[in-house]
Design a protein around this ligand. Sequence first.
Ligand code: PLP
Length: 394
Amino acid sequence: MLEQLDKEYVLHTYARNYVNFKKGINATLFDDKDRDYIDFTSGIGVVSVGHGNKEVAKAICNQVQNITHISNLYGIEPQAKLAQKIAKLANMDVATFFANSGAEANEGAIKIARKYGKTKYDGKRYKVITLEHSFHGRTITTVKATGQESFHSPNFAPYPDGFTYNMAIDDIYNSIDDETVAVMIELVQGEGGVQPFEKEAVQELAKFLKQRDILLIIDEVQTGVYRTGEFLASNLYEIEPDVITMAKGLGGGVPIGAVVTTHKDIFEPGDHGSTFGGNYLCTTSANKVLELLEEYKDAGKLDETIISFGAKLNEIFEKYPNIFIAQVGLGLMRGLRVKDADLLKKVIATAFEEGVLVLKAGRNTLRLLPPLTISKEEINEGFKRLDNALAKIG
Ligand SMILES: *Cc1c(COP(=O)(O)O)cnc(C)c1O
């Protein structure tokens, strides 16, 4: 029924699995036949505080019984408080624009860069450098910013100009020219294969760019909101970028994007906007998510969870050298490189049969993005099921 409806009425942009989930509790999901699954995906890094989180639900419920949306023509108290909270947790002197998704947040970041080049360099600087294997979104501009040729399908041409790609951080130095306004990178490439960059290399790049007044934009749509163990991966890398974008884990499942910048006066009224961005619903949810995660981090529970998860992951990695070739990632953004893409496909399908949800990244990386609040029992059960699946494969 679900499959039939979906295929008939929903546009075919996803290769879908038609399990019909009905209920969720933290990192456990139940389908319409009451089968349970351990969720090592958290909806691709979104459900940061788990499924069916009662405190988030209560906060949302209280808010939407009153006001869901007003428009950005008026001040919105939970939005202002959320912006303040982001600045406090980031420990930076920043202001935020709220959007509705990661791609939209990156669009905002690119607009900041363009305006910076226009006002300070008379428009002579406009180019944004990004990296191969990056992922920045699916709008026409952010897909062009994404450094993967396979994303630049001629079906959607023409694309906007002003993007160049580099293979690695070290190559960025050579391709900077008089027209470069910004460099945009992830600190751990998510979709590209859960690949973290070296801290020293990033710090050196940040310093170099600052000396030349070239903006550093860090796409933290996936790494942000404690995913790597700190509020921002930028905190972990000890850098102060000009612009940081966030989205996935921020709303706990409610759509929200954020463009956070130290250039607090770059925009003036009319420069940018969004109908839904930062409304009462999404900012109320995000405020509760950040409140819960700040407590969780301060109580040492996030670090404990990262250690438990990492230990189990390591066991699996060492037990199956015939399947896995490397361990990658940071915090609760982890990956295991699989020998080849076909084998990875088999691992994901068999894991599903055994009742554990896992993701793919890049060509051959098994990616794990559990809810940050996953319990020890759920970690143990999830890895037991993954082990069963791997044993079946060989
Ligand atoms: C998911 C992701 C995006 C796109 O976010 P959407 O909300 O799907 O638009 C952008 N950048 C990174 C690093 C991501 O992981």
